[in-house]
Design a binder for this molecule. Sequence first.
Ligand code: SF4
Ligand code: SF4
Length: 99
Amino acid sequence: MEEGAIIKHDIKKAPRTGDWRYMKPEVDKNKCIGCSTCVPFCPEAAITVERGTQNAERSGKKRSTIRDPRYASIDYEYCKGCGVCAEVCPTKAILMKKN
Ligand code: SF4
Ligand code: SF4
């Protein structure tokens, strides 16, 4: 047990809720500003915000030309498609699509 009021969620011990998914969230990396607003709202702790170096390299642009190289990444083994992340995203960077 963790000290204090927050119990850390260990996603590796959680049931793989990705099989439940009917709708799939997709992150538009051109719209995502890496703000992490969506992260604490995800009930499955399936979102991480990562540095986008690989993305930047793939696009052929220098990192300095990219407005913000951080973007949300979703673990589809655990994402159950509830759509909360799409609702709370301030830039509407997450679109829910049929799985
Ligand atoms: S759709 Fe729901 S479960 Fe999936 S990443 Fe978004 S908030 Fe998390
Ligand atoms: S998907 Fe939206 S809420 Fe999540 S980090 Fe990107 S801009 Fe922020």
